[in-house]
Design a protein. Structure first.
Length: 403
């Protein structure tokens, strides 16, 4: 006999709500900080180059931004433990917004690098404190779906603001872009007081030093860092690598890459929730490397656009798979450390990629530099395959796998 379910029966388990008021407020701060970041990500290297510094100045600007971000990310978990989410997040927004407004005061390389350093620290505060807070606001049983939703929200600024910044600088000058980036960060400060202030006590916090010694966290970090190398190269050097006659292609490619990454991150999150994110780490790396290799013939519009899109797919898969995997391997008290380490891999890879690619391209030219970068990315297959073979892909929350 078939049992008829009573719609009024409250004994059936219900899924906890995913979108809550605190999460919506977190999305507001996320949109503001990410918009400020992406508006200037390709514009500042071009601004540095226009000041007479050449490709080396472009790489130095992005490198300074990323390495200041990395340094700030390692310190942020301790600051959150001391001051709480709201203070650190608000400080980060101020450090991103105020220097952007002052960027146009000089086009000297020293001034540009100084502004990038301050903004890098501010961005570190927003991504680490905000990332840990976001993980706290997502129910554990809906983590994959929740991180996919976060990926969609965070993908909007990269999808819109990155090409918009390049277009606006070309048609209205650098000044309006600097103002827009400053207002984007400072304007969302009003949402910060509505956010939770501190994480609830759930055991002894996992420090950054302990996280760096945990193979179950560092292997996904290394794989993800390999993909972020090309992310830094694309936003910094693609406008310089393509022929001047194909300048319009840059805006299209800078739109296609984050669009593909956003869609892939959503699909990877849904798939990973059902089948395990560990299955997606190697495919994400391979697709990213293939996209980088495909961009090598920089004189071909089709190759550049297809390569940027394919790289975006791989990058989006790697983003969601590695982050979900790392959160699954720590208790809630370790979310801050996971956020710091993952963003360390993100921004460290971007900064290293921008600096190294600038020097490499000076000696080999852009096509060979793209080809060599794509080949070098494949070395990350070693930690990816080892992690998969170790059987640590789908582990209970709160455990750290052995080497």
């Amino acid at each position: 006999m078939t049992k008829i379910l009573d719609p009024c029966d409250v004994s059936r388990p219900t899924r906890p709500p995913l979108v809550t008021r605190p999460l919506l407020l977190r999305f507001v701060s996320l949109l503001g900080s990410a918009t400020s970041f992406y508006l200037l990500l390709s514009v500042v290297p071009a601004y540095a180059t226009a000041g007479g510094g050449g490709g080396g100045a472009a790489g130095l600007a992005t490198g300074a931004l990323m390495f200041a971000t990395v340094a700030g990310e390692l310190a942020t978990p301790a600051l959150v433990n001391r001051f709480g989410y709201r203070v650190v997040l608000a400080a980060g927004l101020v450090l991103m917004g105020a220097p952007a407004l002052a960027l146009g005061a000089s086009d000297g390389l020293g001034w540009i690098v100084a502004v990038c350093l301050v903004r890098g620290v501010g961005f570190a505060f927003t991504v680490v404190a905000g990332g840990a807070l976001t993980a706290e606001l997502i129910p554990a049983e809906r983590r994959g779906e929740g991180l996919a939703l976060v990926g969609l929200v965070s993908g909007v600024p990269s999808l819109v603001a990155l090409p918009l910044g390049v277009w606006l600088a070309a048609h209205a000058g650098y000044g309006p872009v600097f103002v827009a980036a400053g207002v984007a960060a400072l304007g969302v400060l009003l949402a910060v007081p509505g956010l939770p202030d501190r994480a609830p006590a759930q055991g002894r916090p996992l420090g950054v030093a302990a996280g760096l010694r945990a193979p179950g966290l560092m292997r996904p970090c290394l794989v993800f860092a390999a993909t972020t190398v090309t992310a830094g190269i694309v936003v910094t050097f693609l406008p310089l690598a393509v022929p001047a006659s194909s300048a319009g292609l840059v805006s299209v490619a800078l739109f296609a890459q984050p669009a593909a990454a956003t869609a892939a991150r959503w699909l990877a999150g849904r798939y990973g929730d059902r089948r395990g994110p560990d299955r997606l780490v190697v495919p994400g790396l391979l697709l990213s490397a293939a996209g980088t290799l495909l961009m090598a013939p920089t004189g071909s519009r089709a190759a550049v656009l297809a390569g940027a899109t394919l790289f975006g797919v791989g990058f989006g898969v790697a983003q969601n798979a590695t982050l979900t995997l790392m959160y699954a391997r720590v208790p809630a008290s370790g979310y801050g450390t996971v956020s710091a380490l993952w963003n360390f891999a993100y921004d460290g890879g971007m900064g290293a990629g921008a600096l190294a690619f600038g020097w490499l391209a000076a000696g080999t030219g852009y096509p060979w530099a793209f080809a060599l970068t794509g080949a070098a990315m494949l070395t990350a297959l070693a930690p990816a395959v080892r992690d998969r073979r170790a059987g640590t892909g789908h582990v209970p929350a709160g455990t750290l796998p052995a080497p």
